[in-house]
Write a protein that binds this ligand. Structure first.
Ligand code: HEC
Ligand code: HEC
Ligand code: HEC
Ligand code: HEC
Length: 174
Protein backbone atom coordinates (compact mmCIF):
# COMPACT_ATOMS: atom_id res chain seq x y z
CA UNK A 1 0.00 0.00 0.00
CA UNK A 2 2.73 2.38 1.04
CA UNK A 3 4.68 1.49 -2.06
CA UNK A 4 1.68 2.14 -4.31
CA UNK A 5 1.18 5.49 -2.63
CA UNK A 6 4.82 6.37 -3.22
CA UNK A 7 4.51 5.45 -6.89
CA UNK A 8 1.37 7.59 -7.21
CA UNK A 9 3.11 10.56 -5.59
CA UNK A 10 6.12 10.11 -7.84
CA UNK A 11 3.85 10.02 -10.89
CA UNK A 12 2.21 13.28 -9.84
CA UNK A 13 5.59 14.90 -9.34
CA UNK A 14 6.85 13.81 -12.73
CA UNK A 15 3.72 15.17 -14.41
CA UNK A 16 4.28 18.47 -12.61
CA UNK A 17 7.90 18.44 -13.77
CA UNK A 18 6.81 17.79 -17.36
CA UNK A 19 4.32 20.66 -17.24
CA UNK A 20 6.92 22.99 -15.77
CA UNK A 21 9.07 22.22 -18.81
CA UNK A 22 6.29 23.58 -21.06
CA UNK A 23 6.85 27.11 -19.78
CA UNK A 24 9.41 28.90 -21.90
CA UNK A 25 11.27 32.13 -21.25
CA UNK A 26 9.99 34.61 -23.85
CA UNK A 27 12.20 37.60 -22.99
CA UNK A 28 11.61 41.11 -21.68
CA UNK A 29 10.77 42.71 -25.07
CA UNK A 30 7.62 40.52 -25.10
CA UNK A 31 6.58 41.77 -21.66
CA UNK A 32 7.33 45.30 -22.85
CA UNK A 33 4.49 45.17 -25.42
CA UNK A 34 1.99 45.49 -22.56
CA UNK A 35 4.07 46.66 -19.61
CA UNK A 36 5.45 49.90 -21.06
CA UNK A 37 2.47 52.20 -20.46
CA UNK A 38 3.09 55.06 -18.01
CA UNK A 39 -0.57 54.86 -16.87
CA UNK A 40 -0.04 51.30 -15.59
CA UNK A 41 3.49 51.81 -14.25
CA UNK A 42 5.80 51.23 -17.26
CA UNK A 43 7.44 48.21 -15.57
CA UNK A 44 9.72 47.65 -18.57
CA UNK A 45 10.96 51.25 -18.53
CA UNK A 46 11.65 51.15 -14.79
CA UNK A 47 13.45 47.80 -14.93
CA UNK A 48 15.60 48.79 -17.91
CA UNK A 49 17.16 51.70 -16.00
CA UNK A 50 18.13 49.54 -12.99
CA UNK A 51 21.10 47.31 -12.30
CA UNK A 52 19.19 44.03 -12.84
CA UNK A 53 18.70 44.88 -16.53
CA UNK A 54 22.35 45.86 -16.78
CA UNK A 55 23.85 42.99 -14.76
CA UNK A 56 25.67 41.51 -17.78
CA UNK A 57 27.61 44.75 -18.21
CA UNK A 58 29.10 44.41 -14.72
CA UNK A 59 30.77 41.15 -15.73
CA UNK A 60 33.15 43.07 -17.96
CA UNK A 61 33.82 46.05 -15.72
CA UNK A 62 37.06 46.76 -13.89
CA UNK A 63 35.97 45.08 -10.62
CA UNK A 64 35.12 41.87 -12.48
CA UNK A 65 38.34 41.89 -14.46
CA UNK A 66 40.41 42.38 -11.34
CA UNK A 67 38.54 39.58 -9.51
CA UNK A 68 38.90 37.28 -12.52
CA UNK A 69 42.64 37.84 -12.74
CA UNK A 70 43.14 37.07 -9.03
CA UNK A 71 40.98 33.93 -9.19
CA UNK A 72 42.12 32.39 -12.46
CA UNK A 73 38.89 33.12 -14.36
CA UNK A 74 39.60 33.69 -18.06
CA UNK A 75 36.47 35.69 -18.90
CA UNK A 76 33.68 36.47 -16.39
CA UNK A 77 31.19 37.06 -19.25
CA UNK A 78 31.61 33.37 -20.18
CA UNK A 79 31.95 32.01 -16.63
CA UNK A 80 28.90 30.03 -15.47
CA UNK A 81 29.71 30.67 -11.80
CA UNK A 82 29.08 34.38 -12.49
CA UNK A 83 26.44 34.10 -15.24
CA UNK A 84 24.06 32.02 -13.13
CA UNK A 85 23.24 35.10 -11.02
CA UNK A 86 23.82 37.86 -13.58
CA UNK A 87 21.74 36.52 -16.45
CA UNK A 88 18.33 34.88 -16.69
CA UNK A 89 19.28 33.43 -20.08
CA UNK A 90 22.32 31.53 -18.84
CA UNK A 91 20.61 30.43 -15.62
CA UNK A 92 17.96 28.39 -17.45
CA UNK A 93 18.18 25.19 -19.47
CA UNK A 94 18.78 25.82 -23.19
CA UNK A 95 15.54 23.97 -24.05
CA UNK A 96 13.55 26.65 -22.18
CA UNK A 97 15.01 29.68 -23.99
CA UNK A 98 12.05 30.54 -26.17
CA UNK A 99 13.21 33.96 -27.32
CA UNK A 100 15.04 35.33 -24.30
CA UNK A 101 18.22 37.28 -25.06
CA UNK A 102 21.56 36.66 -23.27
CA UNK A 103 22.06 40.39 -22.66
CA UNK A 104 18.82 40.92 -20.73
CA UNK A 105 20.66 40.40 -17.47
CA UNK A 106 18.38 39.63 -14.51
CA UNK A 107 15.17 39.76 -16.48
CA UNK A 108 11.45 39.93 -15.66
CA UNK A 109 11.07 36.16 -15.84
CA UNK A 110 13.69 35.47 -13.15
CA UNK A 111 11.29 37.03 -10.64
CA UNK A 112 7.91 36.44 -12.31
CA UNK A 113 8.47 33.02 -13.90
CA UNK A 114 8.67 31.95 -17.56
CA UNK A 115 5.94 33.77 -19.50
CA UNK A 116 5.06 31.64 -22.53
CA UNK A 117 1.73 30.47 -21.06
CA UNK A 118 0.63 33.37 -18.81
CA UNK A 119 1.39 36.25 -21.23
CA UNK A 120 -2.10 36.51 -22.76
CA UNK A 121 -4.13 39.43 -21.35
CA UNK A 122 -7.10 37.22 -20.44
CA UNK A 123 -4.85 35.09 -18.22
CA UNK A 124 -2.75 38.01 -16.93
CA UNK A 125 -5.78 39.84 -15.57
CA UNK A 126 -6.34 36.99 -13.10
CA UNK A 127 -3.52 36.31 -10.66
CA UNK A 128 -4.92 32.83 -10.01
CA UNK A 129 -4.98 31.91 -13.71
CA UNK A 130 -1.51 33.41 -14.18
CA UNK A 131 -0.06 31.35 -11.34
CA UNK A 132 -1.63 28.22 -12.83
CA UNK A 133 0.17 29.14 -16.09
CA UNK A 134 3.60 29.62 -14.53
CA UNK A 135 3.56 33.09 -12.92
CA UNK A 136 5.66 33.31 -9.76
CA UNK A 137 4.83 35.82 -7.03
CA UNK A 138 8.33 36.88 -5.91
CA UNK A 139 9.32 36.74 -2.25
CA UNK A 140 12.38 37.23 -0.08
CA UNK A 141 13.58 33.64 -0.57
CA UNK A 142 13.64 34.15 -4.33
CA UNK A 143 15.80 37.29 -3.98
CA UNK A 144 18.15 35.42 -1.68
CA UNK A 145 18.92 32.80 -4.31
CA UNK A 146 21.27 35.54 -5.63
CA UNK A 147 21.56 38.11 -2.84
CA UNK A 148 23.73 35.86 -0.69
CA UNK A 149 27.41 35.59 0.28
CA UNK A 150 28.22 33.30 -2.67
CA UNK A 151 28.35 36.55 -4.63
CA UNK A 152 31.95 37.82 -4.39
CA UNK A 153 30.63 41.40 -4.07
CA UNK A 154 27.84 40.63 -1.60
CA UNK A 155 26.43 43.45 0.51
CA UNK A 156 24.07 42.81 3.45
CA UNK A 157 20.58 42.34 1.95
CA UNK A 158 17.64 44.19 3.49
CA UNK A 159 14.53 42.86 1.72
CA UNK A 160 12.20 45.77 2.54
CA UNK A 161 14.73 48.40 1.45
CA UNK A 162 15.68 46.41 -1.65
CA UNK A 163 12.01 46.15 -2.70
CA UNK A 164 11.75 49.94 -2.64
CA UNK A 165 14.83 50.29 -4.83
CA UNK A 166 13.42 48.04 -7.57
CA UNK A 167 9.72 48.99 -7.16
CA UNK A 168 7.63 49.10 -10.36
CA UNK A 169 4.01 49.18 -9.13
CA UNK A 170 0.93 49.57 -11.28
CA UNK A 171 -0.85 52.69 -9.94
CA UNK A 172 -4.13 51.32 -11.30
CA UNK A 173 -3.91 47.93 -9.55
CA UNK A 174 -6.38 47.32 -6.77
C1 HEC B 1 -0.53 40.99 -24.04
C2 HEC B 1 -0.31 41.81 -22.86
C3 HEC B 1 0.63 41.29 -21.78
C4 HEC B 1 1.87 40.69 -21.92
C5 HEC B 1 2.58 40.31 -23.21
C6 HEC B 1 2.37 40.49 -20.58
N1 HEC B 1 1.47 40.98 -19.67
FE1 HEC B 1 1.69 40.99 -17.65
N2 HEC B 1 -0.18 41.76 -17.42
C7 HEC B 1 -1.00 42.14 -18.45
C8 HEC B 1 -2.26 42.65 -17.89
C9 HEC B 1 -3.43 43.18 -18.71
C10 HEC B 1 -2.15 42.54 -16.48
C11 HEC B 1 -3.20 42.94 -15.44
C12 HEC B 1 -2.80 44.22 -14.76
C13 HEC B 1 -2.60 45.35 -15.72
O1 HEC B 1 -3.57 45.76 -16.38
O2 HEC B 1 -1.45 45.84 -15.84
C14 HEC B 1 -0.82 41.99 -16.22
C15 HEC B 1 -0.33 41.71 -14.96
C16 HEC B 1 0.95 41.28 -14.70
C17 HEC B 1 1.50 41.06 -13.37
C18 HEC B 1 0.76 41.20 -12.06
C19 HEC B 1 0.19 39.83 -11.80
C20 HEC B 1 -0.47 39.69 -10.46
O3 HEC B 1 -1.72 39.70 -10.43
O4 HEC B 1 0.23 39.50 -9.47
C21 HEC B 1 2.80 40.65 -13.54
C22 HEC B 1 3.78 40.30 -12.45
C23 HEC B 1 3.07 40.63 -14.96
N3 HEC B 1 1.92 41.00 -15.63
C24 HEC B 1 4.28 40.27 -15.51
C25 HEC B 1 4.48 40.04 -16.87
C26 HEC B 1 5.71 39.52 -17.43
C27 HEC B 1 6.96 39.20 -16.64
C28 HEC B 1 5.52 39.42 -18.77
C29 HEC B 1 6.48 38.87 -19.79
C30 HEC B 1 7.00 37.53 -19.54
C31 HEC B 1 4.16 39.87 -19.05
N4 HEC B 1 3.58 40.24 -17.88
C32 HEC B 1 3.59 39.92 -20.31
C33 HEC B 1 -0.72 42.06 -19.78
C34 HEC B 1 0.40 41.47 -20.35
C1 HEC C 1 19.08 35.92 -10.57
C2 HEC C 1 19.72 36.60 -9.47
C3 HEC C 1 18.98 37.71 -8.77
C4 HEC C 1 17.74 37.65 -8.16
C5 HEC C 1 16.79 36.47 -8.09
C6 HEC C 1 17.51 38.95 -7.59
N1 HEC C 1 18.57 39.77 -7.81
FE1 HEC C 1 18.79 41.69 -7.23
N2 HEC C 1 20.57 41.82 -8.19
C7 HEC C 1 21.19 40.77 -8.83
C8 HEC C 1 22.43 41.23 -9.41
C9 HEC C 1 23.41 40.37 -10.21
C10 HEC C 1 22.53 42.60 -9.08
C11 HEC C 1 23.68 43.53 -9.40
C12 HEC C 1 23.71 43.90 -10.82
C13 HEC C 1 24.99 44.65 -11.13
O1 HEC C 1 25.41 45.53 -10.39
O2 HEC C 1 25.54 44.28 -12.17
C14 HEC C 1 21.35 42.93 -8.30
C15 HEC C 1 21.06 44.21 -7.81
C16 HEC C 1 19.99 44.51 -7.01
C17 HEC C 1 19.73 45.80 -6.41
C18 HEC C 1 20.48 47.10 -6.69
C19 HEC C 1 19.63 47.67 -7.84
C20 HEC C 1 19.81 49.04 -8.30
O3 HEC C 1 19.44 49.28 -9.50
O4 HEC C 1 20.27 49.90 -7.55
C21 HEC C 1 18.58 45.68 -5.66
C22 HEC C 1 17.92 46.75 -4.82
C23 HEC C 1 18.11 44.31 -5.80
N3 HEC C 1 19.00 43.64 -6.62
C24 HEC C 1 16.98 43.80 -5.20
C25 HEC C 1 16.44 42.54 -5.46
C26 HEC C 1 15.17 42.08 -4.95
C27 HEC C 1 14.25 42.85 -4.03
C28 HEC C 1 15.00 40.82 -5.43
C29 HEC C 1 13.84 39.89 -5.21
C30 HEC C 1 12.51 40.42 -5.45
C31 HEC C 1 16.16 40.51 -6.24
N4 HEC C 1 17.00 41.57 -6.24
C32 HEC C 1 16.36 39.29 -6.90
C33 HEC C 1 20.74 39.48 -8.94
C34 HEC C 1 19.50 39.04 -8.52
C1 HEC D 1 25.08 34.13 -5.86
C2 HEC D 1 24.85 35.05 -6.97
C3 HEC D 1 26.03 35.77 -7.58
C4 HEC D 1 27.17 35.20 -8.09
C5 HEC D 1 27.57 33.74 -8.09
C6 HEC D 1 27.95 36.30 -8.64
N1 HEC D 1 27.28 37.48 -8.46
FE1 HEC D 1 27.99 39.34 -8.91
N2 HEC D 1 26.42 40.18 -7.93
C7 HEC D 1 25.37 39.50 -7.38
C8 HEC D 1 24.49 40.43 -6.70
C9 HEC D 1 23.22 40.07 -5.99
C10 HEC D 1 25.09 41.71 -6.83
C11 HEC D 1 24.61 43.03 -6.27
C12 HEC D 1 25.40 43.35 -5.03
C13 HEC D 1 24.65 43.03 -3.80
O1 HEC D 1 23.66 43.72 -3.55
O2 HEC D 1 25.02 42.09 -3.07
C14 HEC D 1 26.30 41.51 -7.62
C15 HEC D 1 27.16 42.53 -7.96
C16 HEC D 1 28.29 42.37 -8.74
C17 HEC D 1 29.15 43.44 -9.18
C18 HEC D 1 28.97 44.91 -8.84
C19 HEC D 1 29.70 45.16 -7.53
C20 HEC D 1 29.74 46.62 -7.12
O3 HEC D 1 29.99 46.85 -5.93
O4 HEC D 1 29.52 47.49 -7.96
C21 HEC D 1 30.15 42.88 -9.93
C22 HEC D 1 31.30 43.60 -10.62
C23 HEC D 1 29.91 41.44 -9.93
N3 HEC D 1 28.79 41.17 -9.20
C24 HEC D 1 30.72 40.52 -10.58
C25 HEC D 1 30.63 39.14 -10.41
C26 HEC D 1 31.59 38.19 -10.93
C27 HEC D 1 32.83 38.53 -11.74
C28 HEC D 1 31.16 36.95 -10.57
C29 HEC D 1 31.79 35.59 -10.81
C30 HEC D 1 33.15 35.46 -10.36
C31 HEC D 1 29.91 37.15 -9.82
N4 HEC D 1 29.62 38.48 -9.76
C32 HEC D 1 29.17 36.12 -9.26
C33 HEC D 1 25.15 38.14 -7.43
C34 HEC D 1 26.11 37.20 -7.81
C1 HEC E 1 14.33 41.34 -9.23
C2 HEC E 1 12.98 40.85 -9.39
C3 HEC E 1 12.05 41.48 -10.39
C4 HEC E 1 12.31 41.77 -11.70
C5 HEC E 1 13.60 41.57 -12.47
C6 HEC E 1 11.07 42.28 -12.24
N1 HEC E 1 10.11 42.30 -11.27
FE1 HEC E 1 8.16 42.83 -11.50
N2 HEC E 1 7.87 42.67 -9.47
C7 HEC E 1 8.81 42.24 -8.57
C8 HEC E 1 8.29 42.39 -7.24
C9 HEC E 1 9.01 42.03 -5.96
C10 HEC E 1 6.97 42.91 -7.38
C11 HEC E 1 5.98 43.25 -6.27
C12 HEC E 1 5.16 42.03 -5.98
C13 HEC E 1 4.12 42.32 -4.93
O1 HEC E 1 3.65 43.47 -4.83
O2 HEC E 1 3.75 41.35 -4.27
C14 HEC E 1 6.75 43.06 -8.80
C15 HEC E 1 5.55 43.51 -9.37
C16 HEC E 1 5.29 43.56 -10.74
C17 HEC E 1 4.01 43.86 -11.34
C18 HEC E 1 2.71 44.15 -10.58
C19 HEC E 1 2.64 45.60 -10.26
C20 HEC E 1 1.39 45.93 -9.45
O3 HEC E 1 1.47 46.90 -8.66
O4 HEC E 1 0.39 45.24 -9.61
C21 HEC E 1 4.18 43.82 -12.71
C22 HEC E 1 3.12 44.09 -13.75
C23 HEC E 1 5.56 43.49 -12.95
N3 HEC E 1 6.21 43.34 -11.75
C24 HEC E 1 6.11 43.34 -14.20
C25 HEC E 1 7.48 43.20 -14.45
C26 HEC E 1 8.08 43.26 -15.76
C27 HEC E 1 7.32 43.43 -17.06
C28 HEC E 1 9.43 43.11 -15.58
C29 HEC E 1 10.53 43.19 -16.61
C30 HEC E 1 10.49 44.31 -17.54
C31 HEC E 1 9.65 42.92 -14.15
N4 HEC E 1 8.45 43.00 -13.50
C32 HEC E 1 10.89 42.68 -13.56
C33 HEC E 1 10.06 41.74 -8.87
C34 HEC E 1 10.69 41.84 -10.11
Amino acid sequence: MKKLFTIAVMAIFSIAALNAQDYKYIGAPKCKMCHNKPATGDQYGVWSTKLHANAMKSLSNELSMEYAKKNGIADPTKEMSCLKCHSTYYAVDASLRGGINPNEGVSCETCHGPGSKYKSPAIMRSQEASIAAGLIVPDKALCETCHNPENPFHKPFNYEEALKLIAHPNPQAK
